[in-house]
Design a protein around this ligand. Structure first.
Ligand code: PEP
Length: 249
C-alpha cells in the first residue's frame, strides 16, 4: 500500500508574514490527518519561516527548485544543502513553469534530482504533456521521453527515493482538471516506464501524484483512483481552509 502525499505548490505567493498566518490557520485543521504525508512548497524567502512554523507538526517543507552544484559563482541559484539547512525535506523539480519559462530540460531535471537526493531531500519530479501533444495523440510518447531523460536516468537506489508528479500542462492553473480516468491512464503509462527501466517492484512502490486544477470539490473523485498516490496542488493550496479540505477529503 503506497502512502499518499498531498503537496501544495505556492509558486511566487506569500511573504514570510503571510506564511506564518497560513500555518496558524492550517495546522489545527489537519491535526487529525494521519492518512497522508502533507507537504508545502513556499517561495525561497519564506522557507525558514515555514519550517519554523511547521516544526513539531506532520507537515514537510519543500523548495520549488534546486541547483545541482554545492556552491560557487552561480548568481541566483540555491544548493540542495542550503535548502536542507533551511528546513526543507523535499524539492519540486522540473515543474512545467520551469520548463516553459526558464529553459528546464530533462537533463537538468536529472542533475537537480541527483543533487537533491545527495543532500537528503526527496525530489518531487514533475512531468506532463502540452495540450497540443495530448490532442495529437502524443501523451505517452512525451511522458516516456520525459521519464527516460529525467527520473529514468537515476540509479535504482536513487529512483526508489523520489516522488513523481503527473501534471498535464493544459490542466495547470486553468480550472480544467483531468478526469480521474485520464489521470489514471497517464499514471499507468508512467508506472510502465518505471517497470521497463527499473523493475516491477520499483514501479509498484513508486508514488505518483496528480497535479492540475485540484480543488476541494474534485479531490474525492481523483483519489478514488488507486493509481493516484496523492496530489500536487497549486492555487487551492494558498488558502488554509481549501488546502485542509483537500488534505482531509
Ligand atoms: C501546480 O502549480 O503544480 C498546479 C497543479 O497548479 P494548479 O493546482 O493551480 O493547477
Amino acid at each position: 500500500m503506497r502512502r499518499r502525499v498531498i503537496a501544495g505548490n505556492w509558486k511566487m505567493y506569500k511573504t514570510q508574514a503571510e506564511t506564518r498566518a497560513f500555518f496558524t490557520a492550517f495546522l489545527p485543521l489537519v491535526a487529525g490527518a494521519g492518512h497522508c504525508d502533507i507537504v508545502i512548497a513556499p517561495p525561497y524567502p519564506s522557507l525558514a519561516a515555514a519550517a519554523e512554523a511547521a516544526r513539531g507538526s506532520a507537515v514537510g517543507i519543500a523548495a520549488q527548485n534546486v541547483f545541482w552544484e554545492k556552491e560557487g559563482a552561480f548568481t541566483g541559484e540555491v544548493s540542495a544543502g542550503m535548502l536542507a539547512e533551511a528546513g526543507c525535506r523535499y524539492a519540486i523539480i522540473g515543474h512545467s513553469e520551469r520548463r516553459q519559462f526558464f529553459g528546464e530540460t530533462d537533463e537538468t531535471v536529472a542533475k537537480r534530482s541527483k543533487a537533491a537526493l545527495a543532500a537528503g531531500l526527496t525530489p518531487i519530479v514533475c512531468v506532463g504533456e502540452l495540450l497540443a501533444e495530448r490532442e495529437g495523440g502524443k501523451t505517452e510518447e512525451v511522458l516516456g521521453r520525459q521519464f527516460r531523460g529525467g527520473p529514468g536516468s537515476l540509479t535504482a537506489e536513487e529512483f526508489s527515493r523520489i516522488l513523481l508528479a503527473y501534471e498535464p500542462v493544459w490542466a495547470i492553473g486553468t480550472g480544467r482538471v483531468a478526469t480521474p480516468e485520464i489521470a489514471a491512464a497517464a499514471h499507468r503509462s508512467l508506472r510502465q516506464c518505471a517497470a521497463e527501466k527499473f523493475s516491477a517492484a520499483a514501479a509498484s512502490a513508486l508514488r505518483i501524484l496528480y497535479g492540475g486544477s485540484v480543488k476541494p470539490d474534485n479531490i474525492k473523485g481523483l483519489m478514488a483512483q488507486e493509481e493516484l498516490d496523492g496530489a500536487l496542488v497549486g492555487g487551492a493550496s494558498l488558502d488554509a481552509k481549501s488546502f485542509a479540505a483537500i488534505v482531509n477529503h
